[in-house]
Structure formats: structure tokens, C-alpha cells
Design a protein. Structure first.
Length: 563
């Protein structure tokens, strides 16, 4: 006869009726597994919960202290799947795969494992906490919220909020006091994101699920799933920290948090968005000490020299292009860091200001009150600037003022959302600019992408057959002499084979011939042909050179670029 876990534990005299009732009340309010709650309350141990679960479900109990799991067995279940379902493969016998689970009668999970692995699943059992620790040990990832928080090794004294919070009314103060555990959780999630090198933190509410993910090296990685009932409290805490209105849940809001974590000064751009299940929060992490020098961003010698000549010009427009998340802002900040000297007046219009520079006049545009990029630019021209940076050229008005500024003796830096250098010219003309204005003002265009770098800890040399290059439309002769690598996957890179990112660049200085062609309304294909004749290395070609150098993989370059 099947018995409830609480009844089994009481029969074994491990807990009392009062303790069980207390745990059940907490479970009803906060959710979670009863066994994990009883362990966290100090009533029983994880081992005792495992034994009780074995009796409840009549399946074998896994003792991780007395087993060693073969790496081939571990590879049958991907780390993401193990973390998502809180499972771990134990052994393989013929067509059967023995799997440790906290809930060995979860038929949906069993079917998913069977479909993913092709093996019949034989369920075994262990407590949720034990499985979480085993996942971390064998896969190198944290399996539960408790593990993430407890193993951060970050004291509250290591975290300091630098931005002053708005004065709170009584209701807000009550929320903050009531959310004391939430404060620690939010600080922990941010601190762990910084430690893991995340660029963004996503907090996403769904029906009966709250998911927290980090974007690491351009890829989203699920970290934990706290109880979905914690979503509003977490959102309120983050909004308090970033000075947003916690009573406004129906409209998107943007804010900023300044923090100091382990002596690192961190800026977080906070964005909230209402969804059908609550507010989604995205925090973009910017470490102020992480700005790269222009010579270190990954430009080829020719591209670097073209860039240096362009920023040494007294006037003209320099454009950095690419999709969202391609590193355009980092490139522009690297340029600003290089040209920021006491004898020049630099003014920037940004949305928002991501890095704080001493010696540069930085202005945050505010579209909501009508303070747009174009209005900021008009104001700048009355401030005697030498160099102007505009965060983005979004419309004809901004583009026209930028061109006028460049033609009246100012160096203008900005960004555009285009795919490559040559298509940027067509985009500016499509916005309504005359060809002669584009030709006379733009001095250099750079397009860029970010790809993942092969993990140095598990880097392995491989051979790539000619057929693989041909499949992607690449002439094998172009790849001769290359040394190719891949990442096998290890703890350091969370079994992805990649660690860190690098840039692919296409740098187009506008020569006299190209300017004449633009004025004569030459086609994009003709402009691209001429650019190649002048030695411009296109995005994919730059990526293939980095594949030949063993820095990244062919798959990464093909994913990020267009031939």
C-alpha cells in the first residue's frame, strides 16, 4: 500500500506531527518538495529523506558516496537536461539506463529521458538536495537555488549598492523589510552572474514557473527555478534597487543599479516588461574595469591602421554597425578611451550611459520627455565640441545633423543596425540622405560580430575534411595551412567547449574611388567588389582566418556571418 512521505517519516519516528504540519503549511504557501523543506528546517537529513523516498516508491536508493559514474554514462544525458529535470544517470546495462530522480514516478520526465537517450529508463531515487550536489559535482553546474546561494562564498559586506535609492513610502518600506530573504537572493543572483562572466541576467515568470537564466558568451544558460510565488517580490526588490516605481506593473520601465561586488564596480541596466504571468526583468551587466584597449579588440593589422587613421582625422563620421549584442558600444568606448585627452572636448549622447568616463561630457537622452538624439546633437554644437559620439543614428533628423556636424569640423562617432559595411551606405540613403552628403562625410565604416572562443582548458586539435568546407560554400584551398581546434567540453566551460568571446571585423575606409561611386549611385554589389579590390576583409573572411588560427570554430563563424 502506497504511503505518503510524511507518514513514513512519522512511522520511523524521525519527525513529529507538529513538525509535519508546520512543513506542510510552508509548502502550501511557498511550494517546493516536502523532503527538501524538512531538511532545510533541520528535522531530518538528506540521507533519511532518500531512504524514506525509496520505501515510498519501492525503488532502489542511490548512495553517491559509494559509486563512481562512468563518463560515457554521464554523456548520455546533457548537462542542461540533468539540471532542468534534476536527474543524473547512474549506470547503463544493455538497453536500460538507471537514472537517479527525486520523483521516480514522474512519467513525463521518464519519457523525455527515454526520447533523448534512446534507452529504457530504470528510475532510482535520492533526495533533491543530494541530486543537486551530484549534478554540480559531475557536470560542474549548480543544480538548485540553495546550492547557488550557499556556494557563492560572497559575504553581504562584499556587495555595496552605489546608486542612492529613491525615498520609499511606507508601503515600499514594508515590502523591503518583508523581503529580507529576497534581498539576499537577488544580491546572490547578481554576484554569481558577475562571477560567471554573464553579460545579462534574465528573470522570467511563467505559469507556475519562475526561470532565471544567464547569458554567458552569447548563449543563454538556465541557472535556477525558484518558486514562482517569489516572482513579484524579486521584481519589487530589483525595482527598488534601480529606483523604479514598484506600483507600476503594466508598463515597461528602465533603470540602473550601481554596485560594488568583490571590489569590482558594476553597472546594471535594468529593464522590466509586463507579461501575462508577471514582470520579466533583464539586467545587463557592465563591469567598468573591463573596457578593452582598441589594439586588443581583435582587429587585423590593416584594419587597425585604417581605424587609427580615421580617428586621427579632425572631422568626418565613423560608423560602427552590427546587430544588437555585437559589441558596438564596447568598440566605441575603446575609441573614446584612446582619444580622451585634456586638449579635446568630447561630448556623448547615449541611451543609456553604460560606462562613466572622467573627462568626457556624457548625456543620457530621454525619449519620453522629448530629449532625443537629434535634440541632444543640436545642443552639443553650441558647446564647442571637438568629438561627438551619438549612441545610435535612428532617423533622418539625427543623421542629417550628424552629417552637418562632421562637415563643420567635428569628428562624429555613432552606430547603425546594418548587416555589413557596404549595406550601411544603402541604409543611410534609404533614410533620405543625399548620396553626396554620405560620400563627403563618412570616413570609415566598421561592421562586427561576436563569436565564442574555444575553451583553452579542453581545446583539442582536429582535422576538417574538404567536404565540410564545400558544404558551407568555402573553397578548401582558402583554408590550407590552418590548424583547427574544437572544445571537448569540461567543467571550466560548463561542457560547452567555449569560454569567452572574440570579435569578427570588417573595416571599410572610404577611398576617393568609393566616394565617386556612391555619388554616381553605384549598386551595393559594385561597391562591395571595389572594397574587395582595395583589400577590405569581409566579415566571414575575417572569421575564417580566426578558424585557421585555432581561436574559434567553423560552426561559430558560419552561424554568425553571411557569405
Amino acid at each position: 500500500m502506497w504511503k505518503r512521505l510524511g507518514d513514513i517519516l512519522m512511522e520511523q519516528e524521525l519527525i513529529t506531527m507538529d513538525q509535519l504540519k508546520h512543513a506542510l503549511e510552508i509548502q502550501k504557501h511557498d511550494g517546493g518538495r516536502l523532503g527538501s523543506l524538512l531538511v532545510s528546517m533541520g528535522f531530518v537529513s538528506d540521507e533519511q529523506i532518500s531512504e524514506a523516498l525509496g520505501k515510498q516508491y519501492e525503488v532502489p536508493v542511490v548512495d553517491f558516496n559509494n559509486i563512481e559514474i562512468d563518463e560515457m554514462v554521464l554523456n548520455l544525458v546533457e548537462a542542461k537536461m540533468a539540471q532542468k529535470f534534476q536527474i543524473i544517470p547512474i549506470k547503463r546495462m544493455g538497453k536500460n539506463l538507471h537514472v537517479a530522480m527525486a520523483n521516480p514516478v514522474d512519467v513525463y520526465t521518464i519519457e523525455d529521458i527515454k526520447f533523448a537517450t534512446g534507452y529504457n529508463v530504470i528510475p532510482m531515487v535520492a533526495s533533491e538536495n543530494i541530486i543537486s550536489k551530484a549534478i554540480e559535482e559531475y557536470y560542474g553546474i549548480s543544480g538548485s537555488l540553495a546550492d547557488v546561494i550557499s556556494e557563492m562564498n560572497i559575504d553581504e559586506g562584499d556587495i555595496e549598492i552605489l546608486e542612492e535609492e529613491k525615498e520609499l513610502d511606507t508601503q515600499q518600506l514594508l515590502i523591503e523589510v518583508d523581503a529580507a530573504p529576497i534581498v539576499k537572493l537577488v544580491n546572490g543572483v547578481i554576484a554569481e552572474g558577475v562571477k560567471q562572466g554573464a553579460s545579462d541576467i534574465h528573470i522570467e515568470p511563467y505559469s507556475r514557473l519562475l526561470r532565471i537564466r544567464y547569458r554567458i558568451d552569447g548563449e543563454l544558460k538556465e541557472i535556477m527555478s525558484p518558486q514562482y510565488t517569489m516572482g513579484p517580490a524579486i521584481a519589487s526588490r530589483i525595482k527598488i534597487m534601480s529606483g523604479l516605481d514598484i506600483s507600476q506593473r503594466r508598463l515597461p520601465q528602465d533603470g540602473r543599479i550601481g554596485m560594488k561586488i568583490l571590489d569590482k564596480k558594476i553597472d546594471l541596466r535594468v529593464s522590466t516588461m509586463p507579461t501575462v504571468h508577471g514582470e520579466k526583468i533583464v539586467m545587463r551587466i557592465a563591469e567598468q574595469s573591463s573596457l578593452m584597449k582598441l589594439e586588443d579588440i581583435g582587429l587585423s593589422p590593416k584594419a587597425y591602421n585604417d581605424f587609427i587613421k580615421a580617428i586621427a582625422r579632425p572631422n568626418g563620421i565613423l560608423l560602427v554597425t552590427g546587430p544588437t549584442g555585437s559589441g558596438k558600444t564596447v568598440t566605441l568606448y575603446s575609441v573614446l578611451a584612446r582619444i580622451n585627452t585634456p586638449n579635446v572636448n568630447i561630448t556623448t549622447a547615449e541611451d543609456p550611459v553604460e560606462y562613466d568616463f572622467v573627462g568626457i561630457n556624457q548625456v543620457a537622452v530621454r525619449e519620453k520627455i522629448g530629449y532625443t538624439f537629434s535634440k541632444a546633437l543640436k545642443a552639443f554644437l553650441r558647446q564647442d565640441p571637438n568629438i561627438i559620439m551619438v549612441g545610435e543614428i535612428r532617423d533622418l533628423d539625427t543623421a542629417d545633423i550628424a552629417i552637418k556636424a562632421s562637415l563643420t569640423g567635428h569628428l562624429v562617432l555613432s552606430t547603425l543596425h546594418t548587416n555589413d559595411t557596404v549595406s550601411t551606405i544603402a541604409r543611410m540613403i534609404d533614410m533620405g540622405l543625399e548620396e553626396y552628403k554620405v560620400a563627403s562625410s563618412v570616413i570609415l565604416i566598421q561592421a562586427q560580430r561576436l563569436v565564442r572562443r574555444i575553451c583553452s582548458h579542453c581545446k583539442t586539435q582536429i582535422d576538417i575534411p574538404d567536404e565540410e568546407f564545400i558544404k558551407f560554400g568555402i573553397n578548401p584551398e582558402y583554408m590550407r595551412g590552418g590548424t583547427f581546434f574544437t572544445g571537448k567540453g569540461c567543467v571550466q566551460c560548463s561542457n560547452t567547449g567555449y569560454k569567452g568571446r572574440l570579435g569578427l571585423f570588417e573595416v571599410l575606409p572610404l577611398s576617393h574611388i568609393l566616394r565617386e561611386m556612391i555619388v554616381k549611385k553605384a549598386s551595393t554589389d559594385d561597391l562591395r567588389f571595389q572594397a574587395r579590390k582595395e583589400g577590405v576583409v569581409m566579415l566571414r573572411e575575417d572569421g575564417l582566418l580566426k578558424v585557421k588560427s585555432g581561436i574559434t570554430t567553423l560552426e561559430e563563424v558560419m552561424r554568425a556571418t553571411v557569405g
